[in-house]
Design a protein around this ligand. Structure first.
Ligand code: PLP
Length: 366
């Protein structure tokens, strides 16, 4: 079976290095917030050419703590998109804030800066923060989104859970806003062997606040300066992430090569292929094609041993927990109904791309 994500292949590709890192932690005797976490935070900050990284327990916490650190409090509104994983809205709700769902661009399926500007205007001053999601590894149009947010006094927290290493206009995703949230869930481009997350910020103040929030508000042990909680990254995950980080650019290059091959093989009327926005350099967390017969195509490929993902079948404003019957987002709803993610992870070979493409082209065009 060709899998849509393959964390085991990601382990096996670097097994000796990962086992050595794990042995080092086991022998070191320090298992939570120790030297490996500190080293990973430094190395991941350097990957952004500077700034600050604070390791936390998972990507949802990273979003929540980043939002709190830029000043979001209960009762605030936070603008985001609805074609994302529940985690994006869950982080907002955890604070007691409320998501405002903004329409996407029809071609890139990313937050529309114009729709954002309109939403910010309607809510005059009540939107405290904006969370663009760099979905499928493609960075949203950050200059326009940041401009719109700034014009209305809103902070920007980038959801980078799918975009480790992506760039817009040559500049790293995550460095455009006031803070960025990363997930290291095993299937992400930079994946741990369990849960993990991090907040990136260029400025020291946001990082300092997240550092307090992640451990009971402690700067000094047993002294809570502000109300905090437990959202710590452990040493084993940090040690594994240090190994994986060294290979991130190489693995992103593999994803790019596979995506380029899909684009070439699948050119034609069979499918709507992913559009890359001007200035965007995606890292292809997913290769998301669109079809009006998505579910049939998915079934047919499954029968040939090709597993495809649907990220995400139901937009957040149509889910029971976040239902907004009054909100109508035609492009978002269309995208969720049509999208199909083909295998593009680093374990996918050229021959796999050719086989998947051939099966799709054999499929009768509607
Ligand atoms: C994975 C993901 C998250 C959440 O990360 P967890 O580590 O699972 O909490 C948030 N946003 C997006 C877009 C994601 O893909």
């Amino acid at each position: 079976m060709l899998l849509t994500a393959d964390p085991k292949a990601g382990y096996l590709a670097h097994a000796a290095e990962i086992r050595a890192a794990i042995d080092r932690v086991l022998a070191g005797g320090n298992y939570i917030l120790g030297p490996e976490v500190e080293a990973f935070e430094r190395e991941f900050a350097a990957y952004h050419q500077g700034g600050h990284v604070v390791g936390v327990a998972n990507g949802t916490d990273a979003l929540e703590l980043a939002l709190r650190a830029v000043g979001v409090v209960a009762g605030d509104l936070v603008a985001t998109v609805a074609n994302t994983v529940s985690a994006t809205a869950a982080a907002i709700e955890q604070i007691g804030a409320r998501p405002v769902f903004v329409e996407i661009e029809p071609d890139t399926m990313l937050m529309s800066a114009d729709a954002l500007a309109a939403a910010l205007k309607t809510a005059t001053g009540r939107v405290r923060a904006v969370v663009p999601v760099h979905l499928y590894g493609q960075p949203a149009a950050m200059p326009a989104i940041v401009d719109a947010a700034r014009a209305h006094g809103a902070k920007v927290v980038e959801d980078c859970a799918q975009s480790h290493g992506a760039r817009f206009g040559g500049r790293m995703a995550g460095t455009w806003g006031d803070a960025a949230a990363y997930s290291f869930y095993p299937t992400k481009n930079l994946g741990a062997l369990g849960d993990g997350g991090a907040v990136y910020s260029a400025g020291a103040a946001v990082a300092d606040r997240v550092r307090l929030l992640r451990q009971y508000g402690w700067r000094q042990r047993y002294v809570s300066e502000i109300p905090g909680r437990n959202s710590r990254l452990d040493e084993l995950q940090a040690a594994v992430l240090r190994v994986k980080l060294k290979h991130l650019d190489g693995e992103n290059a593999l994803r790019r090569a596979r995506a380029a091959r899909y684009l070439e093989r699948l050119a034609g009327p069979a499918l709507r292929l992913p559009a890359v926005g001007r200035g965007a350099e995606p890292v292809w967390h997913q290769f998301a094609v669109r079809s009006l017969r998505r579910d049939d195509l998915r079934r047919a490929l499954g029968e040939k041993g090709i597993q495809c993902g649907v990220l995400y079948p139901t937009p957040l404003h149509r889910q029971p927990a976040y239902a907004r019957p009054e909100v109508i987002l035609p492009e978002t709803e269309r995208a969720c109904a049509e999208v199909l993610c083909l295998p593009v992870h680093p374990g996918v070979g050229e021959a796999d791309v050719d086989r998947v493409s051939a099966e799709i082209l054999r499929w009768p065009t509607p």
